[in-house]
Design a protein around this ligand. Structure first.
Ligand code: IMP
Length: 176
């Protein structure tokens, strides 16, 4: 399954506890909104988190999916972030909740939220499963965060390394 030098960082039970708590926070936040809410899953890494979170919400947002790709070194804001699959629904006059796997430098989410705001949503909020602190370049205001990670590269629960390990139920750290 994984190499012997991988270590479990967040067990599947701990992940489910955090997802449940996040779903509660998100539901509390949106339950009194009169306008529609759209939850946007950032592919591919967030797909399992998104599905688990969505099923625990007490509000029923519309859903949509985007695919963002970044090329080369992400050292300067959005220069190398490309939207490879865009939204299919209109977000004008709606609340948008972006669901992302990991915020690392912050470049991807910074690019994407600015791109969304040009389309006339009422609000754009971001939920990330993992917020890294190590390489943070852009001060991204995350509204809902599952875990804070000081350093390291993690896989499992949808997160990959070269398209491997997404199927793992726990989140593991890879050796550096
Ligand atoms: P950012 O633009 O630097 O914030 O990049 C965030 C993206 O990098 C995430 O959506 C992931 O696709 C990827 N990423 C960053 N760190 C990790 C990790 O530890 N494991 C898996 N993917 C990661």
């Amino acid at each position: 399954m994984v190499d012997s030098n991988f270590q479990i960082l967040y067990s599947k039970d701990r992940i489910q506890e955090r997802v449940e708590a996040l779903a509660g926070e998100i539901s509390d936040y949106y339950q009194h909104c009169n306008e529609p809410v759209v939850a946007v899953c950032v592919l591919k890494g967030a797909f399992i988190f998104f599905a688990d979170l969505f099923r625990k919400l007490r509000v029923q947002p519309e859903i949509d999916f985007v695919r963002l790709a970044s090329y080369g070194e992400k050292t300067y804001r959005d220069e190398k972030v490309v939207c490879e699959k865009d939204l299919e629904v209109s977000i004008k006059g709606k609340h948008v909740l972006v669901v992302e796997d990991i915020v690392d430098t912050g470049c991807t989410i910074d690019y994407f939220t600015r791109h969304l705001r040009e389309r006339g949503p009422i609000s754009v909020k971001v939920c990330a499963l993992v917020q890294k602190r190590e390489r943070s370049e852009i001060d991204v205001a995350l509204n809902f965060s599952g875990f804070y990670l000081e350093r390291g590269f993690v896989v499992g629960y949808g997160l990959d390394y070269a398209e491997k390990y997404r199927h793992l139920e726990d989140i593991w750290t890879m050796p550096e």
